[in-house]
Design a protein around this ligand. Structure first.
Ligand SMILES: Nc1ncnc2c1ncn2[C@@H]1O[C@H](COP(=O)(O)OP(=O)(O)OP(=O)(O)O)[C@@H](O)[C@H]1O
Length: 666
C-alpha cells in the first residue's frame, strides 16, 4: 500500500464527508426554517418538519463508515461504494458515492475470479472516524480479509450491519426480485437474520414510495431478540419499520406468557378456527324460559322455538356476528307478530303493522335481543370461554382462573375472533357522522363566501371552484403519528412487506394472522426447521405456504456459517444429527478453539475480560428458548443432556469464539 495512494484515497474520503456535511447543513437549515414558519398551515409544517428530521437522521447515521469500498472496471471507471448515495451538484450531479443498494454497486458483493463482472479491482477501506487507516485489494476469490476481521471482532451487545462485507450468496437473496413469499433457510449463524434485515433496507431503497406508505413489519421471537437486532436498520437509515413479537400482534395486548405445550398445540392448530366459531355460536343463545313481552293489550311469550327461527334467519344472512345483530332483532319482531295477533284475537293487516311498530320499539324485546345475541368483543368472548363456557363446549382444559391474562397463543385466537365477530358499526357510524358534519360546515363556509361579495353573474364564484366535500377533506386533520405507531395500533393495517424471523416457531394460527396483515403476500421468512422448539411450530414449509401461496413461494438455502468456528460447529453437529440424521450442518468460514468440557465449577469463572458472555441452561438465566437468534463471544452451556435435541442444538451454536460445556456433578 503506497503512501501516495493512501493519501489520495484519504482525500477522496474527506471529500465525500465534506459533501455529507453540506447536505446535513442544508437539511438542518430547511428544518429550522420550517420550525420558524408560523404562516404555514400546521399540518403542512408538521409534515415538512418530519420529512426533514428523517432526512437529517439518515444523513447523521451514514457518518460512521460512510465510504467502505471502491470498484474499478475494465472500462476504466472507478466508483466509490458507501452507506448512502452522494452526488456532486457542481459537476452535473456526477455520483461521488454510490449507495450500496444501487444496481451499479452490486459487483462489489458478487464479482468473483470465475465471474469478474467487468471488475478489475475491489478495494476495502479501513476507516476510523474520518481517517483512512489502511486499505486492501482482494483478488476476487479468497475469503476477504475484511470479512474475517469483522467475524473475529468481539461482538457488541447488539447486532451490527454487514454492508461492507455482504457475501455473494447473501447478496443474491438480499436483492432477489421475487414478489411472493421468500423462505430463507439455513443453519445457525448462516446470516439469515442479517440477510433478512438487509433485504428490508434494500426493498425500502428499491420500492421506497410504496413501502414507506404501508410500512414493513418485522417479527422476532422475543423482546430480547428484537433488542439484539433493533439497531441494524436504524444504522442503515431506515425507520419506517414496525418490530413486534408474536405476543404483540393484536392491538391492546402485549404478552410473553406461554401456555403449556399441550395448550399451545390445541390453540395453534387450524382446528382453533372452529373452536372460535363454536364459542361465538354458543353466545347466540335460546332462552331457558319464555321471555314475556308486554304489549298494550296482551303479553306475548318469546319462546325458545321462536328465538331459534330468528337465530336461523340472522345466521343465514351470512353477516359476521356483531353485524348480524340488527338482523336478529328485526327477525325477533317478525316472529312475534303472528302469536301477538293470535292473542289479541283479531287479524287485520293494519293491526299487524301497529304491532310490528310497537314490538320494534319495545324495551323488553331490545333487552332480550341484547342478551340472546350480545355485541361481543374478542377479549370478552375469549375471557368468558376460558372462565367457564369451555367445559360445556368440550374443552375443559382451556379453563383458567385469570381468564383475561393473555398468552402468546391467545393472540391469533383474539385476531380470529375479531375477524369472525366484525364490528357493531358504531365506529363506522361515528366516522360517517363526523364527515357529514365537516361537509355541512364547509357548505356553510362556502355559502358565506358566496354571498359576502357582490358579484357579476359571469364572474367565477367560490362554489364554482371548490366543492364542500373537497374543502371538508382539506380541513379534516390528517393522522400525523409516525407510520410505525399508526400501523401497530390498527388491527386492519396491511403492510407492504412482512419479515418473519425464527419462523419455524410459529403455529398455523400465527400464520393465518400474519397472512391477513400481508394481503399482497410480500414476505421474507427466515428460519431453520432443525432449531424448532415450539410444539405447534412449522414441520415443513409446504404445510404453511402451499395453502396460502401455492405458486408464489420460493425456498432459498444459505450454507455458510459466519458465527461459530468449525470446532464448535462439529460439536453442535452431533446435536443436529439427533434432531434430523439427514440434515447437513453449515460449513464454518473460520476455525478457532475446540469446546472446553468441564464437570462442576462456577460458570461465571469463564466470563471474558471483554466481549459478550452468556450462561445457557434449562433453568436460566438464559434458557435455550430465550437464546434463539442471539450470539455471544463466550457461551457456557450447562447440562446440555437435560435439554431436548433442538434446544441443545440452539444452545451449542451461540458462541462466536469460545464454547464451554459444563456438566453439573451428580
Ligand atoms: N457477510 C457478513 N459479514 C460480516 N458478518 C456477517 C456476515 N454474515 C453474517 N455475519 C454475522 O454472522 C453472525 C450470524 O448471523 P445471523 O445472526 O444473521 O445468523 P442466523 O442464520 O440468523 O443465525 P440463527 O439461526 O442462530 O439465528 C452475526 O454476527 C452476523 O452479523
Amino acid at each position: 500500500m503506497a503512501t501516495g495512494e493512501l493519501s489520495e484515497e484519504q482525500e477522496k474520503i474527506a471529500s465525500v464527508h465534506a459533501r455529507l456535511d453540506r447536505e446535513r447543513a442544508e437539511a438542518q437549515a430547511a428544518l429550522d426554517a420550517a420550525l420558524r414558519d408560523a404562516d404555514e398551515q400546521r399540518w403542512h409544517r408538521e409534515v415538512t418538519v418530519r420529512t426533514r428530521s428523517e432526512q437529517l437522521s439518515r444523513l447523521e447515521v451514514a457518518e460512521d463508515g460512510l465510504c467502505f469500498g471502491r470498484l474499478d472496471t475494465a472500462t476504466g471507471e472507478r466508483a466509490y461504494i458507501g452507506r448512502i448515495g452522494l452526488f456532486d451538484p457542481g459537476n452535473d450531479c456526477e455520483p461521488l458515492l454510490l449507495d450500496w443498494r444501487a444496481p451499479v454497486s452490486r459487483p462489489f458483493y458478487t464479482a468473483t475470479a470465475a465471474n469478474p463482472e467487468g471488475v478489475t479491482r475491489r478495494r476495502h477501506f479501513h476507516v476510523r472516524g474520518r481517517v483512512l487507516e489502511s486499505f486492501h485489494d482482494d483478488d476476487l476469490h479468497v475469503t476477504s480479509e475484511t470479512l474475517l476481521a469483522a467475524l473475529n471482532a468481539p461482538r457488541a451487545g447488539t447486532m451490527r450491519d454487514i454492508v461492507a462485507t455482504i457475501q455473494a450468496e447473501q447478496d443474491e437473496v438480499i436483492r432477489l426480485p421475487h414478489r411472493g413469499v421468500l423462505v430463507i433457510e439455513g443453519g445457525p449463524g448462516t446470516g439469515k437474520t442479517a440477510v433478512a434485515l438487509h433485504r428490508v433496507a434494500y426493498l425500502l431503497y428499491a420500492q421506497r414510495e410504496r413501502l414507506s406508505r404501508q410500512g414493513v413489519l418485522v417479527i422476532g421471537p422475543n423482546p430480547g431478540f428484537l433488542r439484539h437486532i433493533g439497531e441494524v436498520l436504524p444504522s442503515l437509515g431506515e425507520t419506517d419499520v414496525v418490530f413486534a413479537t408474536p405476543g404483540e400482534l393484536f392491538p391492546g395486548v402485549r404478552t410473553d406468557r406461554e401456555d403449556t405445550p399441550e395448550l399451545q398445540a390445541l390453540k395453534g392448530g387450524l382446528a382453533a378456527v372452529d373452536l372460535v366459531r363454536e364459542a361465538i355460536a354458543d353466545r347466540e343463545e335460546l332462552p331457558d324460559e319464555p321471555i314475556p313481552v308486554e304489549l298494550e293489550d296482551v303479553t306475548v311469550p318469546l319462546t325458545a322455538p321462536l328465538v331459534e327461527v330468528a337465530r336461523e334467519i340472522a345466521r343465514a344472512s351470512g353477516l359476521k356476528h356483531n353485524e348480524a345483530g340488527p338482523v336478529f332483532r328485526r327477525a325477533l319482531v317478525d316472529v312475534l307478530v303472528p302469536p301477538a295477533l293470535e292473542l289479541i284475537g283479531l287479524d287485520w293487516p293494519e293491526l299487524a303493522d301497529d304491532v310490528r311498530r310497537e314490538l320494534a320499539r319495545h324495551p323488553d324485546l331490545a333487552r332480550a335481543a341484547a342478551e340472546l345475541w350480545p355485541v361481543l368483543t374478542p377479549e370478552g368472548l375469549l375471557a368468558d370461554l376460558y372462565a367457564g363456557r369451555c367445559s360445556a363446549l368440550g374443552y375443559p382444559e382451556l379453563h383458567r382462573d385469570d381468564s383475561g391474562a393473555w398468552t402468546v397463543s391467545d393472540v391469533p385466537l383474539l385476531d380470529e375472533a375479531a375477524e369472525l365477530l366484525g364490528t357493531d358499526g358504531a365506529e363506522e357510524r361515528r366516522a360517517a357522522r363526523e364527515r357529514r358534519e365537516a361537509v355541512e360546515y364547509a357548505r356553510g363556509v362556502l355559502h358565506v363566501v358566496d354571498t359576502d361579495a357582490e358579484m357579476h353573474e359571469e364572474e367565477l364564484r367560490a362554489v364554482d371552484l371548490v366543492h364542500a366535500e373537497w374543502l371538508a377533506d382539506r380541513h379534516t386533520p390528517a393522522d400525523h403519528r409516525v407510520l410505525a405507531e399508526r400501523a401497530a395500533a390498527d388491527r386492519e393495517w396491511t403492510y407492504g412487506h412482512v419479515v418473519v424471523d425464527e419462523a419455524q416457531e410459529l403455529s398455523a394460527m400465527d400464520w393465518r394472522l400474519l397472512l391477513r396483515r400481508s394481503p399482497n403476500r410480500a414476505m421474507t421468512v427466515v428460519g431453520d426447521l432443525a432449531q424448532r422448539q415450539a410444539e405447534a411450530g412449522v414441520r415443513t414449509w409446504h404445510d404453511v405456504f402451499d395453502r396460502y401461496v401455492p405458486d408464489r413461494w420460493r425456498h432459498h438455502r444459505l450454507t455458510v456459517n459466519y458465527r461459530t468456528p468449525a470446532e464448535i460447529m462439529a460439536c453442535a453437529a452431533r446435536a443436529l444429527a439427533e434432531v434430523d440424521p439427514d440434515a447437513v450442518p453449515p460449513t464454518s468460514v473460520r476455525t478457532g478453539e475446540p469446546p472446553t468440557e468441564v464437570t462442576g465449577g462456577d460458570p461465571e469463572s469463564f466470563r471474558p475480560a471483554t466481549g459478550t458472555f452468556a450462561v445457557i441452561s434449562v433453568d436460566g438465566p438464559l434458557t435455550p428458548r430465550a437464546s434463539k437468534g442471539l450470539e455471544f463471544d463466550v457461551a457456557v452451556v450447562v447440562d446440555p443432556d437435560r435439554m431436548t435435541p433442538p434446544e441443545r442444538y440452539v444452545a451449542l451454536t451461540r458462541a462466536t469464539q469460545r464454547l464451554v460445556i459444563l456438566h453439573k456433578p451428580t
